[in-house]
Design a protein. Structure first.
Length: 419
């Protein structure tokens, strides 16, 4: 058991040497040249991109020196050496909190600044490693510490003088590792949203928002007005985007033509029972657009419905919190009578909310080719007596049955045809 403990200690030492070398590369190969070449990146952006990397570098050089000194002197309390510096590992929290912004800055500069782009190429030609790969190493190190110290505790007998210290060091590392893992998840989510953004073409809105998480993507067959069409859907915690897949690719990446973004704060999902001619269908009902879709399988349908409903709950929660914040601001600047009206909007009973939400939902349109007769008077549709969709209920109706126009909550300011 002690032999395995010594192997773990050696692994900690060797990986620490490699890690310190990478930290030195960040400072010497990139940070120092950027400071010297002041026109490539402003001082503010240098601080944003590299954060407190110098402090982390100094800390880990000290950790490495103390580790090597302890091993060379035959000190059996390896954990005690590390434990002295564990409190300083909180420096990593600052670095992790800043890392997403640093990554975004790097990507933006590579795309928009020729000076920055060619300076990076020059540094790489001089032997520097990939900067994004180096910048993420501090975030990867803390989880690595946790794994190594878990093994160290397992291979250290309870009676060993180093056991309690190693165990305490592991607990401290685990607390920091949880924070770091959350930062890693945030980065992965940010990259997923950026990937979706770059794959869409057309008048695409900006998709990245604080607290927005990417949930799921995949093909659903959308029942359109004239015929069913395959659409590619992207689900987030508060919105859903759908598009059509294009035949062309850019840099071997699939491109999609953007169609619509659906806010989920006022959205519902309605499950449709299977029939002989229709399987795996459900409806997506929203304020501006409602339609029926078909999943590839019953399992896929169930997964989509579950995840969309989860996102709807999350979106409604976010919307409610925004309303509360708005009401709080109103409270500071308005009279008590105005505030009471605001509170009614924010704290409306659940039944009232559901009723208001149902009124605002757009109808699902009956497909053009499904019926040959008006759904109200049964008159046959012809070239002259054309079919129309009621904007309130989605039914197919004739000219005579759609002769009136009204303003509806979900159709904007212009009056629309309603029987």
């Amino acid at each position: 058991m002690l032999a395995k403990r010594e192997m773990i200690i050696q692994e900690i030492l060797q990986t620490e040497r490699t890690y310190c070398s990478q930290l030195n590369q960040i400072v010497s190969d990139y940070l120092v040249p950027f400071r010297t070449e002041g026109d490539k990146l402003s001082r503010k952006n240098i601080d944003l991109m590299f954060s407190n990397i110098e402090e982390i570098n100094n800390l880990n050089q000290r950790i490495l020196n103390d580790m090597e000194a302890a091993i060379q002197s035959g000190n059996s309390t390896f954990g005690e050496v590390f434990m002295k510096l564990v409190p300083f590992l909180t420096l990593y929290k600052q670095y992790c909190a800043n890392h997403n912004q640093a990554s975004m800055l790097y990507n933006t500069k590579m795309e928009t600044s020729a000076k920055f782009y060619y300076f990076i190429l020059k540094l790489k030609e001089q032997g520097a490693h990939d900067l994004p790969s180096l910048l993420i190493t501090p975030i990867q190190r803390i989880p690595r510490y946790r794994l190594l110290f878990e093994e160290l505790v397992k291979t250290t007998p309870v009676s060993h003088p180093d056991y309690n210290v190693c165990h305490e060091a592991l607990l401290q590392i685990q607390g920091i590792a949880e924070y770091v893992n959350e930062s890693i998840r945030d980065r992965e989510n940010q990259e997923a949203i950026a990937k979706v953004q770059s794959s869409l073409i057309g008048k695409v809105p900006h998709l990245w928002m604080p607290n927005r998480k990417f949930i799921k993507e995949g093909v659903l067959v959308k029942l359109c007005r004239r015929e069913p069409k395959r659409r590619y859907f992207f689900l987030f915690t508060d919105i859903m985007v759908y598009a059509s897949m294009l035949d062309t690719t850019v840099s071997n990446k699939t491109q999609y033509k953007y169609h619509r973004l659906i806010p989920l704060s006022k959205c519902m999902v309605k499950e449709i029972d299977d029939t002989e001619v229709m399987q795996n269908a459900f409806q997506i009902l929203s304020e501006k657009k409602s339609f029926m879709v078909f999943a590839e399988s019953a399992r896929d349908k169930s997964d989509w419905i579950e995840k969309i409903n989860e996102s709807i709950k999350q979106a409604a929660k976010i919307q409610f919190q925004k309303q509360q914040s708005k009401a709080a601001v109103t409270k500071q600047s308005s009279s008590s009578s105005v505030l009471s009206e605001e509170k009614k909007d924010v704290e409306a009973p659940e039944g009232e909310k559901k009723e208001e939400k149902a009124d605002d939902i757009a109808p699902v349109w009956v497909p053009d080719k499904l019926l040959k007769n008006c759904m109200l008077c049964s008159v046959k549709f012809t070239t002259i007596n054309r079919r129309h969709h009621c904007r309130r209920c989605g039914k197919l109706v004739c000219n005579a049955c759609s002769s009136q126009k009204y303003k509806l909550p979900n159709t904007g300011t212009a009056p629309v045809w309603v029987p």
